[in-house]
Design a protein around this ligand. Structure first.
Ligand SMILES: [Zn+2]
Ligand SMILES: [Zn+2]
Length: 387
């Protein structure tokens, strides 16, 4: 009798537990579904540039799309054309995963070209994640090195993926689907130390539309391009050096003579980008200007004749995303230290939410590169570093 009783008790307890389990599963499913919805990006506004009116635009996959991805203070531009794709820069160190998710969301698994315009952290910081996560065919960097952990990590991951770093030369042209692009610069002089003035400058052509990407080129490099006599005129100009007045010299801007300009920068960044002199020059020339710090990610579509803009939407200054951007700009051009968990052997960024849970005795700060730490038996945290 006793036995049966216990058994009955157990069974009814088991039933209750199963019921509880089902409830928990249903709740989790509900939470996941909710999260799924929350993860969806806010509706992009479609419309003809400068009009600011919402209009439904249907895009076919064969046409050209240029995505100026909002990475705070930094640059990251994705270009797709008929199944081919190119990424120019990948933002700062803490933006690698953001760029990775953005590319994945566009269905990208392979990149035909990856360009690190110059070895500054706000351009190549996130490239290690991209090079690691995606099948990259050709990797371009200027022939200049930088003695930073960020640069070393990119070189290390390229090595890990058996990817050669190619130095493109002025005048080289490449196909990207039905589009093509030409390297306008640099022709790096022996002993050139200035990273910004070694920026790879690219002019992309698709039908009658053209796009110019200038990296952080400053007046000196702009002058060298002007002197080379290459064609600069472009429909859409990605304003050089986040809108710095040290770049975007008058003769250069006049030679580009764009209809539209896009500035990639972080809200309230410490450099004061974009500089008001540059905004004034754009305004004086009647150039419609878009900014990632105000409109978020900006996508330009071209069918070879007509161009249309989509923007993420006006940014609300009080919102949390701007907080994270303020963090980004402080880190700009600086190096990232890692927090190690000596117990779990995980590498975290300081900003990772898991860091708070690490016991004091297991917590270690490190200035080593990822590759060195991985050789010591550590693995990068999936949440913060992404691989
Ligand atoms: Zn920069
Ligand atoms: Zn730079």
């Amino acid at each position: 009798m006793d036995k049966t009783n216990t058994l009955t008790k157990n069974t009814s307890y088991g039933k209750k537990r199963r019921f509880k389990k089902v409830l928990v599963s249903l709740f989790l499913l509900f939470v996941l579904l909710l999260q799924g919805c929350a993860d969806e990006k806010p509706q992009f506004q479609a419309g003809e540039a400068g009009q600011g009116q919402a209009a439904e635009v249907v895009h076919n996959s064969g046409e050209l799309a240029v995505h100026y991805i909002d990475v705070g203070q930094g640059d990251a531009t994705l270009i797709t054309c008929g199944g081919s794709s190119m990424l120019i820069d990948a933002g700062n160190n803490n933006m690698g995963t953001t760029v990775q998710y953005y590319l994945s969301k566009q269905g990208i698994t392979k990149l035909n070209y990856v360009v690190g315009t110059h070895p500054d952290a706000d351009h190549i910081g996130g490239l290690d994640v991209v090079l690691y996560k995606f099948d990259c065919e050709t990797f371009f960097m200027p022939d200049i090195e930088k003695d930073t952990k960020t640069y070393q990590e990119v070189v290390d991951v390229a090595g890990l993926k058996r990817l050669t770093i190619s130095h493109p030369e002025e005048g080289d042209s490449y196909a990207l689907g039905d589009a093509s692009f030409t390297i306008l610069s640099p022709s790096v002089a022996e002993g050139e130390q200035d990273a910004n003035n070694s920026s790879i400058v690219i002019r992309l052509l698709y039908g009658e539309s053209s796009f110019l990407f200038s990296g952080d080129a400053e007046a000196e490099e702009e002058q060298a391009i002007l002197d080379s006599g290459q064609r600069l005129s472009s429909t859409v100009y990605k304003v050089a050096h986040h809108g710095s007045s040290g770049a975007n010299s008058k003769p250069y801007l006049d030679a580009v003579s764009p209809k539209y300009a896009v500035i990639s920068c972080g809200k309230d960044n410490s450099y004061g980008h974009p500089h008001k002199e540059v905004l004034q020059m754009l305004q004086d020339r009647g150039i419609t200007t878009y900014r990632t710090d105000e409109q978020g990610t900006i996508i330009v579509y071209s069918d070879g004749e007509t161009i249309s803009f989509q923007q993420e939407g006006q940014k609300d200054t009080g919102r949390a995303e701007n907080k994270s951007m303020a963090t980004t700009q402080n880190k700009s051009e600086s190096e990232e230290d890692y927090i190690l968990n000596t117990n779990t052997k995980k590498i975290h960024l300081k900003t990772c939410s898991s860091v708070a849970d690490i016991h004091e005795e297991n917590r270690l700060e490190s200035k080593e590169t990822l590759t060195v730490l991985m050789k010591q038996g550590y693995t990068p945290c999936k949440r913060c570093i992404g691989y």
